[in-house]
Design a protein around this ligand. Structure first.
Ligand code: GDP
Length: 470
């Protein structure tokens, strides 16, 4: 795993961020008896959306430092630890603004961390929400340190953690290139048992959709008891709705239920879908189930409104699995019903060309029809999202698929030597290309489409990265 060090002067909130990243209140103290260097470094596995990385908290080093800072007696220890890391998060305090000691840490980092990517984090930023101006001035002040734009966040409240995710994701992906060779060696068997194991982990599911499409009703139908209250009255539901249930021996966590319930009831008939709110929650879901109103679909020219298309695309871009549910089918007379069933999947395919074979389920939440199908599709999609394919199998596939592609002429054909999966949840692949010709966007789209078709990965985002071999 890539390793990230948290660094900064005392009291900027390194431990708070550490605890949030590893999702534990009490951080573990990591002890390696033979290695005095890392004695006071806390280590944990960070979970941030679908990202996993090793995180080290350097706060423990301060306790030993006579001056109370990383620049004290422990500077050398910190430098040693830093050398083992791929990235460092340099924390400052948004409330205090830049302090002389921050400048010292900055200087020290420039000297001791050449080649290590430093990301500035401006912690305790929840106190800046009094106005936009204060954030902007704090950001521009922090920029003077020379490590680029800081990410304002609050380790305490969780505010801004998405932004950290957005910044880290491409960096970690890039880093995967470096470890890909090791991984490739290890994954020579189809890892069916580990897929099985991973797909047994609790599935985090988000039902998203405009108010009144029937999300609450559908959830009730699935739970088969009125645990989630449906109705137009405001304040029916408490803020802390946490729905967790079992389906066919699997634990399902509902993500964002409180969010959309609150939104739905307070918006009272408003038909907009809060994209910003939903986007935040998309990241926490493994599978996003987008609920549409079948009656509206049958009347409208298009199956999905602009907002719904945006949400669906965003779910895919964020690496989530997607299932579309068309509800209220009981309101459609037979002819209309058939037309909707025929037209919707085709239209969705046209509107979201990035992903093929998005499952579409037609239901009546009110009558409880189709609720089992919904959950089965969700679980199928989740399993695909967890899929791991062996390198051997992928390379056999590669041979076939490269001959299937019509290249303009053989000189323009990139030489893909090797193809391997570097990550699941969602599946991510790397193509190793030799020679001068790279895979074009069209080639990559072709490979992605073929991969999805041949390995039945409908409804999930699949990424292929390329790497040159010299
Ligand atoms: P939410 O805002 O998406 O959670 O929507 P609700 O579950 O509160 O449902 C909004 C309204 O649509 C309620 O009056 C439901 O009774 C109704 N409704 C939900 N599902 C269905 C359905 O399958 N058929 C019909 N006819 N009405 C439904």
């Amino acid at each position: 795993l890539p390793t990230v060090l948290l660094i900064g002067r005392p009291n900027v909130g390194k431990s708070a961020l550490f605890n949030r990243l590893i999702r534990r209140r009490e951080a573990l103290v990591y002890n390696t008896p033979n290695d005095h260097v890392t004695r006071d470094i806390r280590e944990g596995i960070a979970k941030l959306g679908d990202l996993r990385f090793k995180v080290l908290d350097s706060a423990g080093l301060e306790a030993e430092a006579s001056s109370g800072s990383v620049l004290g007696r422990t500077a050398e220890m910190t430098a040693n630890v830093l050398r083992m890391c791929n990235f460092a998060l340099f924390l400052i305090d948004a409330r205090d603004g830049l302090q002389p000691m921050d400048l010292d840490v900055g200087k020290w980092l420039r000297k001791h961390a050449p080649g290590i990517k430093i990301i500035m984090v401006m912690n305790k930023a929840e106190s800046l929400d009094d106005g936009f101006g204060s954030v902007i001035s704090a950001v521009s002040e922090a920029r003077t340190l020379g490590f680029g734009d800081p990410i304002p966040l609050s380790a305490e409240t969780g505010l801004g953690m998405n932004d950290l995710y957005e910044v880290l994701r491409p960096l970690l992906e890039e880093h995967m290139f470096q470890i890909v060779d090791e991984v490739a060696d290890e994954t020579n068997e189809d890892c069916e048992s580990c897929v099985e194991e991973e797909s047994k982990l609790p599935l985090q599911l988000a039902f998203v959709g405009r108010p009144n499409v029937g999300k609450s009703t559908l959830l009730n139908a699935i739970l088969q008891e009125d645990r989630v209250l449906v109705g137009p009255e405001a304040g029916l539901t408490r803020d802390s709705v946490r729905v967790e249930f079992e389906f066919e021996g699997r634990t399902i966590y509902m993500v964002d239920t409180a969010g959309w319930l609150k939104r739905t009831k307070s918006e009272k008939g408003a038909s907009s879908l809060s994209i910003v709110q939903s986007r935040k929650n998309l990241m926490r879901a493994h599978v996003v189930a987008l609920v549409l109103d079948g009656q509206e679909v049958s009347k409208a020219r298009k199956s999905m409104t602009h907002d719904e298309i945006v949400i669906a695309r965003r779910a895919i871009e964020e690496g989530r699995g997607l299932v579309v549910i068309v509800n209220k089918m009981d309101l459609l007379e037979e002819r209309l019903y058939d037309r909707v069933v025929q037209a919707v999947p085709k239209e969705i395919q046209m509107m979201i060309p990035q992903v093929t074979g998005i499952p579409v389920v037609f239901v009546s939440a009110l009558e409880g029809k189709g609720r089992i199908d919904v959950m089965q599709e969700v679980i199928e999609t989740y399993k695909k999202w967890c899929l791991r394919l062996s390198t051997a199998r992928l390379n056999r596939w590669l041979l076939k698929v490269m001959s299937r592609h019509s290249w303009k002429d053989s000189a323009a054909q990139p030489k893909v030597k090797y193809f391997t999966q570097v990550k699941a949840r969602p599946p991510t692949f790397v193509a190793f290309v030799s020679g001068k010709v790279r895979l074009s966007d069209t080639d990559l789209r072709f490979l992605t489409r073929s991969l999805k078709e041949d390995f039945d990965m409908g409804g999930i985002p699949v990424r292929i990265l390329q790497r040159a071999i010299v």
